[in-house]
Design a binder for this molecule. Structure first.
Ligand SMILES: Nc1nc2c(ncn2[C@@H]2O[C@H](COP(=O)(O)OP(=O)(O)OP(=O)(O)O)[C@@H](O)[C@H]2O)c(=O)[nH]1
Ligand SMILES: [Zn+2]
Length: 208
């Protein structure tokens, strides 16, 4: 599948402008929402908005066309005997909550303890984005990233910590800006061994 970056997927029609053609029923749904929100979808500034919104949502949700495990299929074994933690820290990401389709904006720290091979470091961020570009809850996003690395790299340990703010809490509902949600998933040695967990949390800049 090809949609990791919001590119057209198989079966998408491409319009004369080279962009994904938006089906009428999708544009109609967005027009209905604009009218329900209180504006006039036929006024000049909003005429093309349904198409823009539809394409934006295809981009926000490009992860549905991505199989994150594929990013972990190429591994390197010549690492000079390196057998310590590998950590990718402070990876910014954007997702959308499945309850309100509001933005989730945050940072992830992803670590693993290699067994006998490593993966190209950018691939950890690709796995994160593959799951983040879907409708999510933060707990599931955290678990999916950790499970994907665990199952595909078969390392000795995986640790994923995500800190994020939820638009559905800041701009609506309880309207409480400035709070972040922290979730973590520890597997293998990071779950079973206190010292390993403390070490990885300390490398992540979190009190172990
Ligand atoms: N656990 C968890 N909750 C989330 C996440 N994203 C959004 N939520 C929460 O999902 C809940 C949905 O609650 P509901 O009572 O069904 O919906 P609501 O009436 O819109 O709730 P309010 O946001 O409190 O106005 C809210 O408390 C959100 O803050 C997430 O990633 N994880
Ligand atoms: Zn929400």
């Amino acid at each position: 599948m090809s949609c990791a970056h919001g590119d057209p997927e198989d079966g998408d029609l491409i319009g004369q402008d080279g962009k994904i053609a938006v089906p009428d029923h999708v544009a109609d749904a967005i027009r209905t929402l604009i009218a329900w929100a209180g504006d006039d979808p036929t006024r000049e500034g909003l005429i093309d908005t349904p198409k823009r919104v539809a394409r934006a949502w295809r981009e926000y949700c490009a992860g549905y066309g991505d199989d994150p495990a594929v990013h972990l299929s190429r591994v390197f074994e010549e690492v000079g005997g390196y057998d310590e933690i590998v950590l990718l820290k402070d990876i910014p990401f954007q997702s959308h909550c499945e309850h309100h389709m509001a933005p989730i904006t945050g940072r992830a720290h992803i670590a693993y303890l290699p067994r006998n091979h490593v993966v190209g470091i950018s691939k950890l961020a690709r796995v994160l984005h593959g799951f983040a570009r879907r409708l999510q809850v933060q707990e599931r996003l955290t678990a999916e990233v950790a499970d994907c690395i665990w199952e595909n790299l078969k390392p000795l340990g995986v640790a994923v910590v995500i800190e994020a703010t939820h638009g559905c809490m800041t701009s609506r509902g309880v309207r409480t800006p400035g709070v972040s949600m922290v979730t973590s998933r520890m597997m293998g040695v990071f779950r079973d061994d206190d010292r390993s967990r403390k070490e990885v949390l300390s490398l992540m800049g979190m009190a172990g």
